[in-house]
Design a protein around this ligand. Structure first.
Ligand code: ATP
Ligand code: MG
Length: 326
């Protein structure tokens, strides 16, 4: 709600000065004070005192009118340095209140356009990933499959002394095919679209830790309310980055991933018992997780886990529809 229009600032300053000058003139006209054609020392003292009084009163009144402008840069700096942008207090009367309202409207619009930009950037990123995944699948993936079939056909006619070499070649091609599929799956969580978040998270942990000796504990609360495509993708991408970090950096023996509810919040945690992140600067991966969390109005915390290791927690307010998934 915008505040009522008030007298313009320039008019208020001019009025203040006019009133003061009027008071000075009235003092000369209505009091015994006067100035002789040849000004005497006593008159000079009265004039100086009067002038001082006028300057002091003028300064005080003009400052009162302009003080909100003086405070504004500091308040704006503070608002700009906070995340999300902090709103200015709007309780002050007059100019200060009106300025605060206008600035807050501006901050609303800045935040809205930031959100729109972030959504557009992430949507573009997902579209690009999807395109690359499709190309990998349809291009390299199909060619490797064709080579594999050709090698198998060749094996049927080849003499026994070549069978070993052909088998090694087939193994190599199979491994490359698996790798291409795994990269494509990482780029585009097909399984998220096809089977839902629970299976996508299971596939993720299997992909990353299936063959290693990291013990995985996974828990997804049954009957979670429907989250919607955008939120599901955010949860999946955050889990993907956090779990990839565990696989790459943590040197952990166990990793636990939980998706559940904490009051009104959806909470995803990925905790490992590895070497921890102390002293490591946050990288593009963690910043990406934060941006995705902010995109759906949530927060992301990376903290040391009790007993060693790292705990990544994503908390997001639940969407308003809350019927459980059938
Ligand atoms: N679970 C973890 N355990 C130990 N160290 C970690 C963990 N997660 C992140 N780190 C450290 O924090 C650094 C930054 O990770 P982040 O994911 O933010 O950046 P990144 O750009 O994705 O880098 P990277 O691709 O190396 O993960 C990593 O290089 C690593 O040293
Ligand atoms: Mg990373």
């Amino acid at each position: 709600m915008s505040p009522p229009a008030a007298t313009p600032l320039s008019t208020r300053v001019a009025l203040t000065l006019a009133v003061l000058l009027g008071l000075g003139a009235a003092a000369l006209a209505l009091t015994p004070a006067h100035v002789s054609p040849r000004t005497r020392a006593s008159e000079l003292a009265v004039l100086a005192a009067g002038a001082l009084l006028l300057v002091a009163a003028g300064t005080w009144l003009v400052r009162r009118v302009l003080a909100p402008l003086d405070r504004l840069p500091a308040q704006l700096d503070h608002a700009r340095s906070s995340e999300p942008l902090e709103r200015l207090p709007t309780t002050a009367p007059g100019l200060a209140g009106r300025l605060a309202h206008s600035v807050n409207d501006l901050l609303d619009r800045i935040e809205e356009s930031r959100r729109e930009n972030a959504v557009a950037a992430l949507a573009a990123q997902e579209a690009e990933r999807s395109r690359i995944a499709q190309n990998l699948h349809d291009g390299v993936g199909q060619s490797l499959t064709a080579v594999l079939l050709e090698l198998t056909a060749l094996g049927a006619d080849a003499p026994p002394e070549l069978q070993d070499r052909l088998e090694r070649l087939r193994e190599g091609v199979r491994a490359s095919l698996d790798e291409v599929r795994s990269v494509a799956r990482h780029l585009r969580p097909h399984v998220l679209e096809d089977l839902g978040l629970r299976s996508a998270l299971a596939a993720l942990t299997n992909d990353l830790f299936g063959t290693g000796d990291v013990l995985v504990r996974r828990g997804v609360l049954p009957g979670l309310p429907p989250l919607g495509d955008e939120l599901e993708l955010v949860v999946f991408r955050v889990a993907q980055e956090a779990l990839t970090n565990v696989a790459r950096h943590a040197e952990a023996r166990t990793v636990e991933m939980h998706l559940g509810l904490q009051g009104d919040l959806l909470e995803l945690t990925v905790a490992d018992d590895g070497r921890g992140t102390a002293g490591r600067a946050e990288g593009v991966g963690t910043r990406g997780m934060r941006e995705r969390a902010a995109l759906v109005g949530g927060t992301l915390e990376v903290a040391a886990r009790d007993g060693g290791g790292t705990r990544v927690t994503l908390r997001v307010p639940l969407p308003s529809r809350t019927e459980p998934t059938p």
